[in-house]
Write a protein that binds this ligand. Structure first.
Ligand code: HEC
Ligand code: HEC
Ligand code: HEC
Ligand code: HEC
Ligand code: HEC
Length: 270
């Protein structure tokens, strides 16, 4: 009996929710289901999204940080026995985790990074169904895919290693032994003003780089989803040669403004 009532209630609610969606713009707020209010939460678009704390987002989206990887695929492959090509670096640890957890809460993420929901999610103007369709469109790229501009954000840590400009004879996996498997052999003195952005823990990154080049390579080619490399800003560093090499012409000399923090380079200079 109770079960039937529940089913009927659920069906009634479903009809109501669908009607609510169709009428959403004209409806007076009071008759809208809470789902609609939440969907159009001003935290989903600018300017509020830029100031939103993770706690505010997680009040509704707690599930994104809950462990939810299946132990076994429907075909019977056990997660514990599976390591993808991008899970081979020395820094990879623990059991399979979700995408959000790998960037926000697993030990390596916490050690090296300091990302927030709005580091990636930039939201969109809710009246726009596609970018750039109205005078008030949000400026800058956003995509229809969860409002994350992947080429601006993911590429920062998942592009190819730009080894030719580094003077390496071959890609890192082949040439690393020549350089004692150590990025810092060169980067102790080259491009030393780095990682001064709010979403990275720069000191911890340098520390990790002294232990293993895989820590550096992990964000600079070791997990490249792209065939291109990210055009990193080229900050002035102590001991930098005069003039700009051709490949670096047109590069920014500062990080993306929304992430800049005031800081000192690793040679101790402002
Ligand atoms: C009041 C509750 C609430 C808050 C606060 C909230 N959301 Fe949402 N969010 C929702 C609902 C409801 C949906 C629609 C879910 C669906 O249709 O599956 C949604 C959808 C989304 C989506 C998916 C959009 C898409 O294209 O499918 C993303 C991404 C998202 N929210 C991120 C965030 C972020 C980041 C924050 C904080 C800045 C945030 N949300 C704050 C309730 C909320
Ligand atoms: C590293 C970038 C990044 C960060 C940080 C991030 N997200 Fe996402 N999020 C994404 C991407 C990319 C997707 C789309 C994933 C997909 O479609 O498989 C997504 C999907 C979502 C969705 C849609 C549901 C889902 O699981 O696919 C929600 C809701 C969401 N994110 C909320 C959040 C919240 C809340 C935070 C902060 C606690 C957050 N995200 C942090 C990149 C990020
Ligand atoms: C600030 C650097 C950074 C950014 C930005 C970033 N990632 Fe990552 N990503 C990492 C690191 C570091 C790891 C490795 C985590 C580990 O091994 O524990 C990783 C791992 C991954 C993995 C593999 C997870 C696993 O289970 O092995 C995927 C998939 C991924 N990133 C996709 C993305 C996408 C898509 C975006 C953009 C929405 C993105 N990343 C943005 C640093 C970043
Ligand atoms: C043989 C010395 C050498 C080694 C080894 C080396 N680099 Fe470089 N790297 C350079 C030089 C030189 C540049 C370009 C400097 C400039 O801007 O003029 C560079 C540039 C970079 C850049 C910026 C690229 C761009 O397009 O702006 C990154 C990121 C980088 N290196 C990361 C690494 C990482 C990670 C490792 C180890 C896996 C590494 N490097 C190993 C010499 C080296
Ligand atoms: C968690 C990901 C991550 C790790 C680990 C990491 N980097 Fe980076 N690196 C980045 C990102 C993102 C940028 C671009 C930041 C910006 O926009 O200013 C960057 C920028 C650079 C640059 C360009 C500097 C400039 O002129 O602005 C160099 C060189 C570099 N990294 C070398 C290294 C070395 C060497 C290590 C290891 C000690 C390392 N990275 C580890 C993500 C990472």
């Amino acid at each position: 009996m109770r079960f039937t009532t529940l089913v009927l209630l659920a069906m009634a609610f479903h009809g109501w929710a669908v009607a609510g969606t169709a009428n959403a713009p004209e409806d007076s707020g009071a008759t809208l289901p809470d789902y609609q209010r939440a969907r159009y939460s001003e935290l989903h678009f600018k300017p509020a999204i830029d100031k939103a704390s993770d706690e505010q987002c997680l009040a509704c989206h707690a599930e994104v940080l809950k462990p939810s990887v299946r132990e076994q695929s429907p075909a019977g492959v056990k997660a514990a026995d599976t390591r993808a090509w991008y899970q081979q670096l020395a820094t990879y640890e623990g059991s399979q985790e979700t995408f959000h957890r790998r960037h926000l809460v697993t030990p390596l993420a916490k050690q090296l990074m300091n990302m927030r929901c709005n580091t990636c999610h930039q939201g969109n103007e809710p009246r726009d169904e596609a970018p750039g369709t109205s005078a008030t469109s949000q400026i800058g790229g956003y995509t229809l895919r969860k409002h994350v501009d992947t080429e601006a954000i993911c590429l920062k840590c998942h592009g190819q290693m730009n080894w030719p400009v580094m003077g390496l004879p071959e890609p890192w996996p082949k040439s690393k032994t020549l350089f004692q498997g150590n990025c810092l052999l060169c980067h102790q003195g080259i491009r030393t003003h780095r990682h001064q952005v709010s979403y990275l823990n720069s000191a911890a990154i340098e520390q990790a780089g002294t232990q293993s080049a895989d820590a550096c390579y992990g964000c600079h080619g070791g997990r490249a989803w792209y065939r291109i490399n990210y055009p990193y800003p080229r900050h002035v560093w102590t001991g930098m040669a005069e003039g700009t090499p051709d490949w670096a012409k047109g590069r920014m000399t500062e990080s993306e403004s929304r992430f800049i923090i005031d800081a000192t380079d690793h040679a101790g200079k402002k």
